[in-house]
Design a protein around this ligand. Sequence first.
Ligand SMILES: [Zn+2]
Length: 301
Amino acid sequence: MRFKKLYVVGSLCIIMCLSAAGCEGQQLVESNEQRDWIGAECDNRETCAAWGDEVAEELELYYGSLVDMQSVELSAEEEERSEEDEAIIAEYQIEGNAFIGDIESTDAAEHERLWNDFAWLFPLEERKMVTAFSVFSHVDTLAHVVQHEDNAQEWSLAMNIDPAIMSPEEKMATLVHEFGHLLTLNSTQVDPFVEQRSCTTLFLDEGCASKDAYIYAFQSRFWPELAYDYNDKQFVSEYAAMDFVEDIAESWMNFVLTEKPAGATIAEKKVLFFYDYDELVMLRAELLARVASWMERYAKD
Ligand SMILES: [Zn+2]
């Protein structure tokens, strides 16, 4: 999850296709996969690390830091409202690139644009587990992902509808953070069908981490204790100190969106952690190519 200020742990009950009409699939706009990409200009770990750094540096020169969240001061009344649950506005099914919703809804096109903000950034192959999308309003929750209650291999993405709550940079970084959860908690990484008593690695709400799961390696290396106080030498953000699930998502976001650090602090070592995985270095380059075109689209708007 990613919040402006508060951290809330909760689960969503996904009710798909509330009405019969809602189940008639309609693809409202052409697949975003058909758009032209700049594409990452690299094909191995070394060249992709270097190419990614070039793009990350250019992006920062142009837009400023992409990972700093502007903190907001909530009024007393907003503070109270931040405790409230998100108000779900609409829920949709996702099948590949098809956005299946109630076409009668006047807001469906707007909601699909919000979905496309996510779909634009991540290759279909990497986000196949996302089979539901919901739109909500809330005073400071930006977005979250939730494992499906009945089909544990499937996930739902939820996004805040209010454009005023986050800048384009914050929205993009938030989506990279949420994708970090999908990357580290999906059923190929964390087996939802292994019970706690049979789990010899790391047991999470989502299931049992596989022996070579990113999150197991990260937790073993950086979270020998159960809880930590925040300090900037150890964590890439205050939010990261919440728990190792948020720490790996925040560190992932910094890995994707900032230049490769020297590794002088534990916080930097947490970012370097991802460079141990060739496939993630290549994925970072691809995501940065997409981030560049995503940001350009917003700059044009
Ligand atoms: Zn999170």
